[in-house]
Design a protein around this ligand. Sequence first.
Ligand code: KIV
Length: 272
Amino acid sequence: MSISKKEYKRVTVKSLIEMKKQGEKISMLTAYDYSMAKIVDDAKVDVILVGDSASNVMAGHETTLPITLDQMIYHASSVIRAVNRALVVVDLPFGSYQSDPKEALRSAIRIMKESGAHAIKVEGGVEIKESVKRILNAGIPVMGHLGLTPQAIYKFGTYTVRAKEKHEAEKLLADAEILEKLGCFGIVLEKIPALLTKEVSEKIAIPTIGIGGGKYADGQVLVIHDLLGMTHEFNPRFLRRYMNLYEDMGNAISRYVNDVKSQDFPSDDEQY
Ligand code: KIV
C-alpha cells in the first residue's frame, strides 16, 4: 500500500488532527531514555509517549502504579533532549491527578516546566473531567486514555479486553465525546473490540490511537520494548514483534563474556 505522507518538520497537536483529516495513520511509540528516543525520532515516529509503562519495563514493577512524578520527569527530560521532530507526550502518573483538579494542574505544570514535554496524557473519562478542564485551561495539551486503563488495574483485576458489554461500550463512547468536547487532542484506546474503535473514531474528530484496539484507529501505539522483542514473557494477540532483541542481545553479551574469559578481548589492536 502506498503511504502518502506530508513531511512535518515538527509534529504538533494540530498536525495530528490534520493527519486524521487526510486519512494518514499516526505512528506512536514509547521511549523513556535519550538513546532510544534518538533512534525513535530519527525513524520518524510521529508521537513519542513517555509512558508510565516505564514502571514495568524500566523499573521492573508489576504495575504502573508505583512510578512517581519525579521519576516521570526524569524519563521525560531525557527523551526531550533527544527529540527534534516527534511530539512528546508524557503520562501523568497514578496519584498525581486523581485527587483534585488543582493537584492535577500542578502535576501537569511540573511535567511541562521541568521536562520540556509538549503534552500530557491521563487515564479516564467523566471521572476526571474537572482535572482535564483545568489542565487544558492552562494551555497544556491533553491526550485521553480509555478502555484498559492500567492505573485502574486493581479495580478490574485483569488485563482482559474491555468494553465488550453494551453498557461499557456506551460509557466509553460517551467518555470519548466528553474528552473531545473538553478540548483533548487525541485519545488512546487500549484493548477494546475493533468495531467499538471504529465507532469512536467515526464519531469524534480528534485522532484515536489504538493499542489492541484494532485497525480502525487513526493511529497505533506500542511499547518499544515489546516491539523490539526485549520483553519475551508478554504475548498479547495485538503485539507484533519486529525483532527478537532479548535473544540477540543475550547472544552478543554471551560472546563478550566468552571473549573476556578466553582472553580473546581485548586484542593487541584494541589496546593502547
Ligand atoms: O504507559 C504506556 O506505555 C501507555 C501505552 C500502553 C499507551 O499508556
